[in-house]
Design a protein around this ligand. Structure first.
Ligand code: FES
Length: 126
């Protein structure tokens, strides 16, 4: 039912935790299942690359797919410019995990939505 990648990221999630004094945070929830995801980002500026995500962490209260997609989205966003990170989509997170069972596709929404919310929060604070 779950791909090997989903199981790997669920059992040993990457970038789990909190960033103190983050540049932005994004929290989203799914009203149907009640799962919650919070993403913290640290943004730095580089003369050539521009603003990029130098660090990213997540806290997730949720199902195995929600934890695996949180872990994957943080891996995908780390080191990217904020414009590139805004382009990370729900589908690209699920694809990078080797797919999710159809009934679990909505779980990948939380991950990209929380990332985008953290970037929006950073932009608002600027
Ligand atoms: Fe709620 Fe997966 S069942 S996010």
């Amino acid at each position: 039912m779950y791909s090997r990648k989903v199981i790997e990221h669920f059992t040993r999630p990457h970038n789990q935790g909190v960033i103190k004094n983050p540049s932005g945070t994004g929290m989203v929830g799914n009203p149907v299942c009640g799962d919650l995801m919070k993403i913290y980002i640290k943004v730095k500026k580089d003369k050539t690359a521009g603003e990029f995500i130098s660090d990213i962490k997540f806290e997730t209260l949720g199902c195995a797919s929600a934890i695996a997609t949180s872990s994957m989205v943080t891996d995908m966003a780390k080191g990217k410019t904020i414009d590139e990170a805004m382009k990370i989509s729900r589908d690209s997170v699920a694809e990078s995990l080797g797919g999710l069972p159809p009934i679990k596709m909505h779980c990948s929404n939380l991950a990209s939505d929380a990332l985008h919310a953290a970037i929006e929060d950073y932009r608002k604070k600027k």
